[in-house]
Design a protein around this ligand. Structure first.
Ligand code: GLU
Ligand code: ZN
Length: 280
């Protein structure tokens, strides 16, 4: 059982098509292919984009089963956050983005690492707070963890590479971050193989720790290479990469495009980037 989990805050492009096709085809050997709309980001999520995603996948010739979107699962995120908080694994953080940018000492696997400013208490308890995972304490309780990627092999979980990530955002309407929501959803959806791009490889270190802390089943992962432009940068609509909906509306042949992507025949100027760093 594997899945494609797009966020409806922008249109899908060829990179998404590649990812959806990889997941769809891997599901052949691993059970159903699931579509999960990751609309945790309430303000930026658009219903019309989500319906466009379904039309794009159908146009590519894929069949899927859809599981509930994240906006329908907020209670499960709240309950998990409550549990972690009760176990002393989360701490409030009132830092602003600017403060973090200023204080961040190291650049980790996924951008600047939060320097832990609020780990021992916040200066203004009345300020709005996000809740961060105390990664060192979590790892101390679980002991060393490993996870398996189909392409990269056995991995030692290194959530410390990302630092104390936010699990509950400041914004009360959004009771979870991507890390918490996606980890809970994959468990709830019975996902046994998490298929996604290499840009989320490092995030898996955190997800593996969350699974151990929340007693969730541990899937396997398949982080695939990313479609990139000649300069190695990822595809983006603003740099001229076409939206799937544009190709669809222009009457292009979806199944033929899918066959090309499957066969590694990429549109001119595009290649598959296989190194983790290439996507930043
Ligand atoms: N929603 C995420 C994205 O669109 C993907 C999350 C995942 O596959 O775990 O980038
Ligand atoms: Zn802080």
């Amino acid at each position: 059982m594997t899945r494609f989990a797009p966020s409806p805050n922008g249109v899908l492009h060829l990179g998404h098509a590649y990812s959806a096709i990889r997941a769809h085809d891997l599901a052949g050997a691993n059970g159903a292919f699931l579509l999960r709309i990751e609309d945790i980001d309430g303000e930026r999520s658009r219903v019309d984009l989500a319906s466009g995603f379904r039309a794009d996948l159908a146009w590519l010739g894929l069949a899927w089963a859809e599981v509930p979107q994240q906006s329908a699962r907020l209670d499960s995120y709240r309950a998990a956050a409550e549990r972690l908080r009760g176990e002393g694994l989360l701490y409030p953080c009132t830092c602003t983005r600017a403060q973090i940018a200023q204080a961040a000492g190291t650049i980790g696997a996924d951008g600047p690492v939060y320097p832990g400013t609020c780990r021992n208490g916040v200066t203004d308890p009345s300020a709005p707070a996000a809740w961060r995972l105390d990664v060192a304490e979590g790892l101390r309780r679980t002991g060393p963890l490993t996870w398996h990627d189909a392409l990269a092999g056995e991995q030692q979980a290194r959530p410390d590479l990302l630092g104390d990530v936010v699990l509950v955002r400041k914004d009360a309407a959004t009771p979870a971050s991507y890390h918490l929501a996606a980890t809970l959803d994959d468990a709830a959806d019975g996902v046994t193989l998490v298929t996604r791009g290499l840009d989320l490889f490092a995030a898996t270190h955190v997800h593996r720790l969350l699974q151990a802390l929340l007693d969730l089943p541990v899937p396997r992962w398949h982080h695939h290479g990313l479609l990139a432009e000649a300069d190695g940068r990822k595809l983006a609509k603003r740099r001229g990469s076409p939206a799937l909906s544009d190709l669809r509306h222009a009457g292009e042949d979806g199944p033929a495009l899918a066959a090309d992507l499957r066969a590694g025949r990429f549109p001119a100027g595009l290649h598959l980037a296989r190194s983790v760093g290439c996507y930043s």
